[in-house]
Design a protein around this ligand. Sequence first.
Ligand code: GLA
Length: 379
Amino acid sequence: MSACADTRTLFAHCFGGSPDGVWCAPGRVNLIGEHVDYADGLCLPMAIEQRTAVAVRRRADGVVRLRSAGFADTDVTVADVAARAVPGWAAYAAGVVWALALPDFAGADLTVTSDVPVGAGLSSSAALECAVALAVAELCGRDTGDAGRATLASACTRAENDFVGVPTGSMDQQISLRARAGHALLLDCRTGGIRHVPFDPAAHDLAVLVIDTAAPHRLVDGQYAQRRRAVEEAARQLGVASLRDVEDVSALRDPILRRRARHVVTEIGRVREAVTALDAGDVRSLGPVLDASHRSLREDFEVSSVELDSAVDAARDAGALGARMVGGGFGGSALALCEAGAVEQISRAVLTAAARRGLPRPRFRTVTPAAGARRCDRP
Ligand code: GLA
């Protein structure tokens, strides 16, 4: 059953009766443009079919009851939410209510189910935030066209940064709310501007293979925050507002800072190359750009891991056109651009490489660019 049907069933079980509505939001894979969103950069993510769904029924008594298969039941009040006093997984949902700060929202019963794998670097937390944001905004009659969605995405990022306490950029929330099926999303993180870039790998006999290394990625262990601080410090030393304004990083004296900044500057350039290739219908030439991105993330930005490098190297050796880690790094998933007929052989090679090194057994899925968040209980 889909996450949307599951959450309806869970709602009836937990609260009885029917919700006011059911909304869902997708996870994502970033094609390219990694660790540049918080530097005002460009990135090119796509939404995936895996989704998080919420069923919501409004209440008028200031109580928010949150239920999710597999996580602890959490009851809070709108006042607790205002005080940012919500622990655990429920903080992702409550944080959105806090960030939206809609005076006409006075509580709700809410259930969550998801088929976005948790800890795989596919943005399960952004999917939850965005499903809740769209639900609350629609129930309160707010704008949910593209401009409204851009605002909702910013609120979700604030929830993640200031309520949950993880200093991410805004890429994951923007793609989850603003994606279009059959397209990757060129996102300008400085202006919030977007362009839907047609991306249909199957039409070119290609597949995007996502390799979950089964080594959980952790954004909260301080490494992500450290990288973000380094990028901000590099901009400060170069006397610019963000590394988006920089082409040459050689004036940075500290070698580590220089490498971090070089990753950001070259990665933004690779996003432009990738978009040029897609616009020209030359999807195969994305391959070397993906490879270069991985090298830069591994050597200059140092956010890869043994598991990710093993998956990327094995995929490439077995014939992938290009491969790289995706998301924050330090575990999570990699993607490989493959000839459609080579997916099996590449997956087998990645499995063999992991087994030989004694690494966890990777999991595989092919993904196609999916639609953004939507209400899913109406035709
Ligand atoms: C995580 C963050 C994003 C982005 C990526 C790296 O997914 O949530 O904001 O910074 O890492 O590109």
